[in-house]
Design a protein around this ligand. Structure first.
Ligand SMILES: [Zn+2]
Length: 168
């Protein structure tokens, strides 16, 4: 099986197991993951240096997510937070505290396999649980261009399959 497919299946399965509260809200999702992991998750909207849109770190009894205050839309903000939560759910390390004062170090850690994994899981969570945002219809080619600049943009046709009933 292609590596991409293995990753997609793993992420789809992990996303399906989450069962966040319905209807979707970012706070509801974050609190749900907090309860699953039994660790507080605190969010901070901050101005961030170029090339960094969000990151997370562990400190004390909580995990902390910092995301760009100028996220283009609530949908984009949700996506940034879901991406960081995806890192946590996949067991990826947060940014080491000693590197947090170096934007270059933070940028350099936002590359490679773990980034791809977090992105696939964030999109799988969105596809499973978050209703698509109202979006003007654009041709698929244009949608792909939009996605290049805004990871929260969904290429039509939407991947959303509808919220699943969970056994709670
Ligand atoms: Zn990341």
């Amino acid at each position: 099986m292609a590596e991409r497919t293995v990753l997609q299946r793993r992420c789809d399965s992990l996303a399906a197991s989450l069962c966040p509260p319905v209807p979707w809200s970012l706070d509801g999702f974050v609190n749900h993951v907090r309860d699953l992991r039994d660790r507080r998750i605190l969010l901070y909207a901050q101005p961030l240096p170029a090339g960094v849109s969000s990151f997370w770190f562990r400190a004390g009894p909580a995990d902390h997510i910092v995301y760009a205050r100028d996220a283009q839309s609530p949908h984009h903000r949700d996506h940034l937070v879901m991406h960081e939560i995806a890192h946590m759910l996949l067991g990826h390390a947060g940014i080491p505290l000693g590197l947090l004062n170096s934007p270059e170090a933070v940028r350099s850690l936002h590359r490679g396999t773990v980034e791809n994994e977090a992105e696939v899981l964030a999109r799988a969570i969105a596809a499973r649980w978050r209703p698509p945002r109202p979006q003007p219809h654009v041709d698929a080619d244009v949608g792909r261009v939009m996605r290049t600049y805004d990871y929260s943009w969904e290429v039509p046709p939407y991947a959303w399959r509808g919220q699943t009933i969970c056994q709670r």
